[in-house]
Design a binder for this molecule. Structure first.
Ligand code: CTP
Ligand code: MG
Length: 168
């Protein structure tokens, strides 16, 4: 899941520039808000895909070291995980704006799982066979339990070092 975890953090560091919604509103509210930018989305996706390819390159020694055959990422799987994480997060902003939450407002549950759901959906869409053999029911269960914990932890760190304005 690392190629799905890193894009949102990369977007925080790279964000800024033109918002995806171009400032447009739907009803009283922004469609997505200034927190979802083209640059953040592009950089986040590229960093996630790059990480997947980097992990492929070191798969043999790491699998040998942990004594367990770790998965490699075919390009469609890497793109699905990385871009899917960004799309899930963008979808969450859409839902937040529709429910009246301003940019940066917390939405417990959604904030912790939006990118996982997006990443898994696009991984299954772009690389179905790979996803079916990689994300077995047991693996999926672990992902859905561990990801929210990791997300809360890394965002508190990002907030403490000043990379994020809120600790979520
Ligand atoms: N970011 C970006 N593009 C994205 C996702 C994130 O540029 N697709 C950057 C923005 O600078 C954003 C920051 O990363 O402010 C933090 O991301 P996030 O917490 O997802 O956005 P919020 O600003 O909190 O906005 P929202 O309420 O819509 O989630
Ligand atoms: Mg936020």
């Amino acid at each position: 899941m690392l190629p799905a975890y890193v894009p949102n953090n990369a977007a925080v560091l790279a964000g800024g520039g033109r918002p995806i919604d171009g400032g447009r509103t739907w009803g009283e509210r922004r469609v997505l808000g200034d927190g979802k930018t083209w640059r953040g989305t592009a950089v986040g996706t590229l960093v996630g895909v790059g990480l997947a390819l980097g992990l492929n390159a070191v798969n043999d020694p790491i699998s040998a070291a942990v004594g367990f055959q770790l998965p490699t990422f075919p390009l469609p799987a890497a793109v699905g995980l990385a871009f899917g994480a960004m799309v899930g997060d963008i979808g969450a902003s859409f839902i937040k704006r529709r429910s009246g939450r301003e940019r940066g407002a917390a939405f417990p549950g959604l904030d912790q799982l939006d990118f996982v759901v997006g990443a898994l959906l696009l991984a299954f869409a772009f690389a179905a066979d790979w996803a079916l053999s990689t994300f077995t029911p047991g693996v999926l269960a672990v992902i859905l339990i561990i990801t929210p914990l990791l997300h809360v932890g890394t965002n508190i760190i990002a907030f403490k070092i000043g990379a994020k304005d809120e600790p979520w």
